[in-house]
Design a protein around this ligand. Structure first.
Ligand SMILES: [Zn+2]
Length: 318
């Protein structure tokens, strides 16, 4: 082939991928080009360019959005308490966002679960002064090579500084910055190490990746997740949440009980439809073509998980 044509083709490909990147970044910063480069590698590579927004809630608690999973921050005399640490590459932007909230040092980090978009920042946050607390299974996954089939990626063990120093099994309550923070492990849901974090006096509830507000969730079957577990966890969240409670999801906008209820119905509805089609002997491709989640695809299928990905996750568990 002639080299001019080769050059034209590569340039066209470059332009196509650049405009796709721009469009996708607008719609959903977390979407990645899985076919070109692994999702995990791309997420890490692009993290430095992430735009982080800070949303102030009640009781001095803020949420940092855009650097991986949602990061909750509680400043105070005991030092900044962070719920999740986002991507490591977003360190400069997370540091700037934290500085805009308070000048308190970083002292405490709680991981809602082990996934890299929530724990990639563990090592630098530890080096900056944070003691890391998580569920036992989160430390287990961070301590060993762990494969996630859904991302086609095997994570090496975390560097020693990124491994939680403190763990718990069922429940743990910590008193920090004048706030009682109640931590509770879910039965296996999105992974086998998910916990909720309740800032009790502010009545703010961080539920990690058991709740994706406005996006189809990822369900990590490789480390204990399942659609039935997700439905159970969402039921547990609904049983706890009151009309006035603020709910911080792992991904998506800060929400409330009505949004959590919608998400619960969405999960239950998808499970019923996919299970019925699977029972009729339909293949995954046939079920995807039947569009069992058509009513929510336009809004919920524009993020990290496309409708076919979500249907695939449901299919695995019914
Ligand atoms: Zn996750």
């Amino acid at each position: 082939m002639n080299s001019k044509l080769d050059a034209d083709i590569s340039r066209r490909r470059f332009l196509v991928s650049t405009s796709m990147a721009a469009t996708v970044a607008l719609l959903a910063p977390r979407h990645m080009f899985a076919q070109d480069e692994g999702l995990v590698q791309t997420a890490r590579r692009t993290a430095a360019a992430a735009t982080i927004t800070v949303q102030q809630l009640l009781g001095k608690i803020s949420v940092l959005m855009g650097a991986g999973g949602n990061i909750a921050v509680l400043p105070g005399r005991d030092g900044n308490v962070l719920i999740d640490g986002g991507y490591a590459g977003a360190r400069p932007k997370i540091t700037a966002a934290l500085a805009s909230i308070s000048s308190d040092p970083i002292k405490h980090l709680i991981n809602t679960h082990w996934h890299f978009d929530h724990t990639d920042g563990n090592e630098w946050l530890h080096s900056a002064g944070a003691t890391i607390l998580s569920h036992t299974n989160t430390r287990k996954h961070l301590s060993t090579a762990t494969r996630v089939e859904g991302w086609n990626f095997t994570f090496p063990p975390s560097p020693p500084g990124g491994i939680p120093a403190e763990v718990f099994d069922d429940e743990r309550t910590v008193q920090l910055n004048g706030m009682t923070i109640a931590l509770k492990h879910y039965a296996p849901a999105h992974t086998d190490g998910d916990i909720s974090v309740h800032f009790t006096s502010a009545d703010i509830f961080h539920v990690g990746d058991t709740f994706w507000n406005g996006y189809y969730p990822f369900i990590d079957y490789s480390t204990g997740g399942s659609i039935d577990g997700m439905i159970r966890a969402t039921g547990a969240n609904l049983a706890k949440v009151t009309d006035s409670m603020i709910v911080i999801p792992g991904h998506g906008a800060v929400g409330d009980k009505s949004q959590l209820a919608f998400y619960h119905d969405l999960l239950v509805g998808a499970r019923e439809k996919v299970a019925a089609l699977k029972k009729q002997g339909k293949s995954l491709n046939e079920i995807v073509s039947a569009k069992p989640t058509a009513a929510t695809d336009a809004k919920w299928g524009n993020g990290f998980r496309k409708p076919k990905d979500f249907i695939g996750d449901v299919f695995l568990g019914v």
